[in-house]
Design a protein around this ligand. Structure first.
Ligand code: NIG
Ligand code: FE
Length: 422
């Protein structure tokens, strides 16, 4: 369908529907997307330079002169998905915990017995650097084939300086070698290592791990799991403030399994995002809106745990622009942002347009990307998906197959026919 192009000029034309990005207006105004029928966009050196009706775009950028041209007739074109919350670098297998959870064992009980995160930590510490990169690369391939063009990946399965650095190095290497843009988050405060006093471990994160991570320049964000059985508000605050002092923007795992106060903490420390929020109150939501912190909702986690979902409508009604993410990790083995959008529509009350906006532009903002990422407006990176369907509604409408046919990353075709190109 497309000529194999490198840099240079790319033209995608004739799209039955082309989603440019969010419309101006309030997030909950019911018209969340700008859509052009018989639409096209052109990109030069990886950046969108023109978007609009096919006739107008191709007059200026004729497809026959382009280095890569995609005839998208009968198909919808949407911005590449941004997945702003994953734990995709780890070793080992925890599929048996799925059965235990189905028998009624809780996530926190498993963790308290040394399973869950702590079990993945043991397997990850024992894995080689190459094995960690190889695991991550395979997952990035699967994500890209399903339309994710930018992804955040957290460390947090090392819980000691050496392995945390190895994980962040693996993320850095994958970012260099793989078409997907990978954004790194340091999550030394993911769990208290076995046999350690929590405050003593927080001292280590703040005094040893963080300085090493910051010196190496391998993380953009610093996250903390603010939860009973993990880190309380005071401990999380210490980590996040220390991270901020060293140039790492804060993110928080907040109100995932209980209400502890992580959302207000996120607002107070000026976090870029507060994530999970299943137990967030109206007051919490108002605090996020006031602080400009992006709420990140992860319906796959609730689905996998058989838990209640976050109230996405409450976030929209309060004037927030919620983002969606997979939370891919051994407890939530899903890397498909399309399925996340299905869940957001069916279980959290979003429309297909709202869920697409949450999985693209809002998700980019949850990573502090204010350069147009998650849109196809001029100046944005030319990260785009051609669907094998005439409407963007197919993204959320389908749930056992991906609607993504072709993926362009920086204007370059990297997936065709649903397969990652070598
Ligand atoms: O976002 N809650 C903490 N971290 C992950 C789970 C990680 C794991 O269970 O390995 C989450 O759900
Ligand atoms: Fe998480």
């Amino acid at each position: 369908m497309s000529d194999a192009g490198g840099g240079g000029t790319t033209v995608v034309h004739g799209a039955a529907e082309l989603v440019v990005g969010p419309r101006d207006g309030t997030p909950g105004d019911g018209r969340p997307l700008d859509v052009v029928e018989d639409g096209a966009f052109a990109a030069v050196d990886g950046e969108v330079v023109a978007v609009g009706p096919t006739a107008a775009v191709t007059r200026e950028y004729p497809p026959e002169n382009a280095d890569a041209a995609v005839d998208a007739s009968g198909r919808a074109v949407v911005p590449g998905f941004v997945d702003p919350h994953t734990h995709a670098v780890f070793a080992g297998d925890r599929s048996d915990e799925f059965a235990a959870k189905l028998r009624g064992k809780s996530y926190r009980e498993i963790l308290a017995e040394g399973g869950g995160i702590l079990r993945t930590v043991r397997a990850t510490r024992a894995a080689s650097d190459d094995a960690l990169v190889e695991n991550l690369r395979g997952r990035l391939d699967a994500m890209l084939a399903r339309g994710t063009t930018t992804v955040e990946v957290k460390s947090g399965y090392g819980l000691e300086t050496e392995t945390e650095l190895r994980l962040l190095d693996a993320i850095d290497r994958a970012n260099d070698e793989h078409p997907v843009d990978v954004v790194a988050t340091f999550l030394g405060a993911h769990a208290v290592p076995e046999g350690r006093d929590p405050d003593d471990y927080v001292d280590e994160v703040v005094e040893e791990q963080l300085p090493a991570v910051a010196d190496r320049g391998v993380a953009e964000f610093c996250d903390a799991f603010c939860e009973e059985g993990a880190f309380d508000v005071a401990q999380s605050r210490r980590v996040l403030e220390a991270g901020r002092e060293r140039g790492l923007a804060p993110k928080v795992h907040a109100e995932e399994l209980s209400h502890l106060g992580g959302t207000k903490l996120a607002a107070e420390v000026g976090a870029t995002s507060a994530d999970h929020l299943l137990y967030a109150t109206d007051e919490d939501v108002a605090a996020l809106v006031e602080a400009g912190t992006v709420p990140v909702l992860l319906p796959g986690t609730a689905f996998g745990l058989g838990a209640d979902y976050a109230d996405a409508r409450a976030f929209l009604d309060a004037g927030a622009s919620p983002a969606l993410a997979t939370d891919f990790n051994p407890n939530c083995h899903s890397l498909d942002m399309g399925f996340v959008q299905t869940l957001a529509c069916v279980e959290m009350g979003l429309t297909p347009a709202e869920s697409l906006r949450s999985a693209t532009r809002n998700a980019a903002l949850a990573l502090g990307r204010d350069d147009g990422t998650g849109t196809l407006r001029p100046g944005a990176p030319a990260d785009a998906l051609v669907l094998d369907a005439p409407s963007y509604a197919h993204v959320a409408y389908r749930f056992d197959t991906s609607a993504v046919e072709t993926v362009l990353k920086g204007g370059r075709p990297v997936v065709e026919g649903g397969e990652v190109l070598a």
